[in-house]
Design a protein around this ligand. Structure first.
Ligand code: RNT
Ligand code: ZN
Length: 423
């Protein structure tokens, strides 16, 4: 046994004792943590480019800034990069694809023509890796989305085009879920909105209701596909009006008992996503999270270990919501190594969950019920410097992935030997 392994185990034993004194079973916590999947978003790997080769540039108010070398140019490169990231993250996770990441072999396959067969290599890859897949229709970066409207477009034919695209996306999600034995969450996000003050806020929203009714008309087996819808506050070029704002989709999801997707970058900066979880889950069966980090605007920065991230993880654990929450990530940073971006963001999500799982939250609740807010505050603050890092390190060791910053050397080597060879 290596010296480092020994000291990690020793540190864990001490931490375990310390937590046990507070009534927390760290072995149990790590068992739970090992079973929480995080869905890595494919689009971090190539700056939301996709593989359609229509020459369309990123649209819909989304912007990936930076020009770090080595981005994946083909499905095989993207799969290799994602597999590298998976190998540096403890646990079994998922991969989240957008429709324009299908494999069309140089053919022009329109968005309203996509089929499960265009994703068969992705499904085979996921099966081999033992990861689940999630899915999204791609309602941006396309000439028919250039006006800033898709499902709520005033033109009926364009609306029909996007309805058909979203319908097919759900079928593809179901094919993935069926093949892999774990439901795909298919998430509909559209960019529809306006730069300046609209005269008619009502028309597009009523059209969107109708379009969604058409998209979701066919019932799919929930063991294969789960439907989610994602709202937003504003986008670049859609500063004054977003058709699918949070209230709109929350209403729709409650009415139809589908999943609502909460993206951490999609609210006013002083609003907390964490606080929404226990509200929304009173009314919908489950939620999808797009864990992200907004910086000033919805800039989709790599997830770091912020208070907001801790708060999200704490809500999921304290509320007992892990089994009704599908955790996904959503950021795109092209200014750093893209594999590292996945690893940093995903490890942080799991690290925050690790912290939440080992804090003495049962004790907090007891104190709260007894009205002892002094002790509640005191314990919550003390918990911040408990040796949870030792628990996390031990988890990484046990799961067979690098402990601490050791993963970085592997990404650096991969960058040198693989990514930089792509120039
Ligand atoms: C956009 C939404 C959406 C996208 C992805 C690419 O603001 O967050 O989830 O980021 O679908
Ligand atoms: Zn999102």
């Amino acid at each position: 046994m290596g010296k480092q392994t020994k000291s990690i185990e020793q540190a864990y034993r001490l931490a375990k004792e310390r937590y046990a004194a507070l009534g927390v079973n760290t072995d149990q916590a790590l068992k739970t943590l090992a079973k929480v999947p995080v869905s890595l978003h494919c689009w971090q790997g190539d700056d939301v480019g996709g593989f359609e080769n229509f020459g369309a540039t990123l649209g819909g108010g989304l912007v990936a800034t930076g020009n770090y070398p080595g981005k994946a140019r083909t499905p095989d490169e993207l799969r290799a990069d994602a597999a590298k990231a998976f190998s540096l993250i403890p646990g079994k996770h998922r991969f989240n694809l957008h429709a324009f990441y299908g494999e069309f072999h140089g053919k022009k396959v329109e968005r309203d023509e996509i089929e499960p067969k265009h994703f068969k290599n992705w499904i085979a890859w996921a099966k081999e890796l033992g990861v689940g897949l999630d899915f999204n229709p791609t309602c941006f970066s396309h000439p028919k989305a250039a006006s800033g409207f898709t499902l709520s477009h005033p033109n009926k034919a364009i609306r029909a085009f996007w309805i058909e695209h979203c319908r097919r996306a759900r079928e593809i999600g179901a094919a993935m879920g069926c093949a892999l034995g774990t439901p795909a969450v298919t998430n509909v996000w559209i960019p529809d909105g306006m730069k300046d003050t609209p005269a008619d806020r009502r028309g597009p929203r009523e059209r969107l209701v109708e379009a969604l009714d058409a998209v979701f008309a066919k019932k799919l087996n929930p063991r294969h596909n789960l439907d989610a819808i994602e709202g937003k506050l504003f986008g670049i070029g859609a500063e004054s009006y977003t058709v699918g704002m949070h209230e709109f989709y929350l209403g729709y999801a409650v009415q139809h008992q589908i999943l609502v997707c909460l993206d951490a970058g999609h609210y006013h900066p002083t609003e907390s996503l964490a606080d929404k979880i226990s509200s929304v889950l009173c009314f919908v069966p489950a939620i999808l999270l797009h864990v992200s980090r907004g910086v000033r605007w919805d800039s989709d920065h790599v997830v770091t270990l912020t208070d907001e991230l801790y708060a999200i993880a704490q809500e999921l654990v304290r509320g007992g919501y892990l089994d009704r929450t599908h955790i996904g990530l959503d950021f795109f940073d092209a200014s750093i190594n893209r594999v590292a971006a996945w690893v940093i963001g995903t490890r942080n999500m799991l690290r925050a969950l690790c912290f939440a799982l080992v804090e003495p939250h049962a004790r907090y609740k007891q104190l709260e019920r007894a009205g002892d807010y002094t002790a509640r505050l005191a314990l919550m603050e003390e918990a911040k410097s408990l040796p949870f890092g030792a628990v996390w390190d031990f988890h990484c060791l046990r799961q067979g992935v690098p402990v601490g910053e050791a993963w970085l050397a592997e990404v650096k080597a991969y960058e040198q030997n693989v990514q930089r060879q792509r120039q």
